[in-house]
Design a protein around this ligand. Structure first.
Ligand code: UDX
Ligand code: UDX
Length: 440
């Protein structure tokens, strides 16, 4: 099938490349002319494992092309996916201006039936609004449908997730739309055996809010438990394992630490709370989720400060700037909280991240970057760990200790074993754990 994808970011590019790989004819549209030009030269705008060869292969085979023109996308394909950004607006609500703009533009250029599929995370009932917007710009005799197909890709494993989803959720309210989406996803459903769920549009839109907020809630829950662990002598990793083996709970998303970041959880939880408020239902549960998440960062900051006593004039190595390993995305990453706060307190910073430098540097320019974690840690009074990159987890601890001025490690990801750190002579702070007492 011919498919246009408008918005060639983390979601749109991976989705477009995956659709091409399963045999569709895909035009990826983005209004960022530089991004489109670079993509045509096969320069990836994001770091995502397996993406470059996928794009390269499909471009070479002529199934994947790039354009800056929504008009061209509308002329090219009957099915148009919307994957433009929905950044947080003024008061935390999702900013829908890009979705609206693209909807209007598609409507203006349509010369026959089109199916518009919302893939960006949008508030429930966006489709109704989009429909009204399009009705104002489209010729009366031209039919169109809107569908919702929320995206569940995780950055860092997005290419894998695109071909092996847990489920595909589709919100459709016409047989014509349903048939087209079924045909598009058939190869993935056939190959992966994943569940394919059809529901009404509001349900599909809500599934995304509800899923992301639930995962964020799971993280905040274990973080709250980690605080109780610190006060009682329990170890949160052991508690999480004990909980996670209950198949009703499951082992995933129970990793305590500095809290969740990224382009989705913070924004989506916020938008869900706001949406519920607007609808007249107070989702205080999720307000607590947000408060716990923010509290983790502050708590870790206090640990660092208490250990260093006076921050002024100290040197801190910040290891890991991306919001999680496997991506160069720094949106809402914990590093964006710590770096300015430490700078304000006259701390000399040294940063390290294997791939996120280009995205982090424009936000906080002028801070020295090291090529390796050890180089960043040289002569540091403390190391602050914010992402579990493999290079961090596999650090040679003896060498780390030998290069640091003071062997203080504040670990926002529970990357190391407290007992080992103690034995190696580190002053080690992590989240919800204590050095294991010896058995007697
Ligand atoms: C975006 C949304 O922010 C997220 O809520 C949703 O779940 C999926 O889509 P992401 O792909 O990570 O997530 O965003 P981003 O990498 O910023 O990509 C959006 C792309 O849309 C950018 O390349 C941007 O240039 C493009 N865009 C934006 C347009 O092509 N037209 C516009 O009008 C606005
Ligand atoms: C998330 C959803 O998982 C995905 O389905 C959706 O499409 C987009 O949002 P992503 O933001 O890429 O994906 O990353 P995810 O792996 O969910 O992690 C989000 C944040 O939570 C990261 O900062 C991560 O470090 C943190 N996290 C995750 C924890 O702190 N503890 C955990 O146990 C799991």
């Amino acid at each position: 099938m011919k498919i246009a994808i408008v918005g060639t970011g983390y979601v749109g590019l991976v989705t477009g490349a995956a659709f091409a790989e399963i045999g569709h004819d895909v035009l990826c549209v983005d209004n960022d002319a530089r991004k489109v030009e670079r993509l045509r030269q096969l320069h990836m705008p994001i770091h995502e494992e397996g993406l470059e060869p996928l794009v390269r292969r499909n471009v070479a085979q002529g199934r994947l092309r790039f354009s800056t023109s929504v008009q061209e996308g509308t002329a090219f394909a009957e099915v148009i996916f919307l994957a433009v950004g929905t950044p947080p607006g003024y008061q935390g609500e999702a900013d829908m201006s890009y979705v609206e703009q693209v909807g209007r533009e598609v409507a203006r250029h349509m010369d026959g039936y089109r199916l518009l599929v919302e893939k960006s995370t949008v508030p429930v009932n966006t489709s109704a609004r989009l429909g009204r917007t399009m009705n104002r710009s489209v010729r009366e005799d031209i039919p169109f449908d809107i569908a919702s197909n929320p995206e569940f890709l995780r950055e860092g494993s997005a290419v894998h997730d695109a071909f092996h989803p847990d489920r595909i959720v589709v919100g459709v309210e016409s047989e014509r739309a349903a048939a087209r989406l079924r045909a598009i996803y058939k190869p993935i459903v056939d190959r992966s055996g994943c569940a394919y769920l059809e529901m009404n549009i509001a349900s599909a839109e809500l599934t995304k809010h509800a899923s992301n907020s639930f995962l964020a809630m799971k993280i905040s829950y274990i973080n709250a438990v980690s605080r109780i662990c610190e006060l009682t002598g329990a170890d949160v990793n052991h508690v999480a394992r004990g909980m996670g083996l209950d198949s009703r709970i499951g082992p995933h998303f129970l990793q305590a630490g500095v809290g969740y970041g990224g382009s989705c959880f913070p924004k989506d939880v916020d938008a869900f709370v706001r949406l519920a408020d607007e609808l007249g239902y107070r989702l205080d549960l999720l307000k607590d989720v947000q408060a716990i998440n923010a509290g983790q960062r502050e708590h870790l900051m206090r640990k660092l400060q208490q250990e260093l006593w006076v921050l002024d004039g100290k040197t801190v190595a910040v290891l890991g700037l991306a919001f999680k390993p496997g991506t160069d995305d720094v949106r809402e990453s914990p590093a964006l909280y710590f770096v300015p706060r430490l700078q304000e307190r006259n701390v000399t910073l040294r940063l390290w991240d294997p791939v996120a430098r280009a995205k982090f540097e424009p936000v906080h320019p002028g801070i020295p970057f090291a090529d390796t974690p050890l180089e960043a840690a040289r002569d540091a009074d403390a190391v602050l760990i914010l992402t579990t990159w493999p290079e961090i987890v596999s650090l040679d601890l003896d060498r780390l200790k030998s290069v640091m001025r003071c062997p203080v490690v504040v670990d926002g990801r529970n990357a190391f074993e407290p007992a080992v750190m103690l034995e190696k002579g580190f002053v080690y702070h992590s989240c919800g754990r204590q050095p294991q007492p010896r058995m007697h």
